[in-house]
Write a protein that binds this ligand. Structure first.
Ligand SMILES: [Ca+2]
Ligand SMILES: [Ca+2]
Length: 100
């Protein structure tokens, strides 16, 4: 039996992102809506520009590090491969559901 494909433990993109300039810190989902819930890790979002002089951290990941829980962290959008968490509308048209 083949082993299942695994994503390295680099976190999961959740489809939330902020913009540049005046929109820095204004986070929106991929469909343009704003989150009604936040779960930021301590000291985040921090738009950590120290490691990258041309751009800050604009994409939000679920931090999947031991002891960090699944808290949100803004990260460089092209930093390390990550899994993706998607939200979808259930076929019954009731509450929105989420799945990994
Ligand atoms: Ca940012
Ligand atoms: Ca960060």
């Amino acid at each position: 039996m083949d082993s299942p494909q695994c994503v390295p433990n680099y976190g999961f993109w959740i489809g939330l992102q902020d913009g540049d300039g005046a929109d820095e810190g204004v986070y929106k989902w991929g469909d343009g809506t704003t989150p009604c819930y936040q779960n930021w890790a301590k000291d985040n979002p921090n738009n950590n520009v120290k490691k990258n002089a041309t751009s800050g951290q604009d994409c939000v990941q679920l931090w999947a590090r031991p002891g960090k829980g699944l808290l949100w962290d803004d990260e460089y959008c092209d930093y390390r491969p990550k899994g993706i968490v998607c939200q979808f509308i259930d076929e019954c048209g009731c509450e929105l559901g989420a799945s990994v």
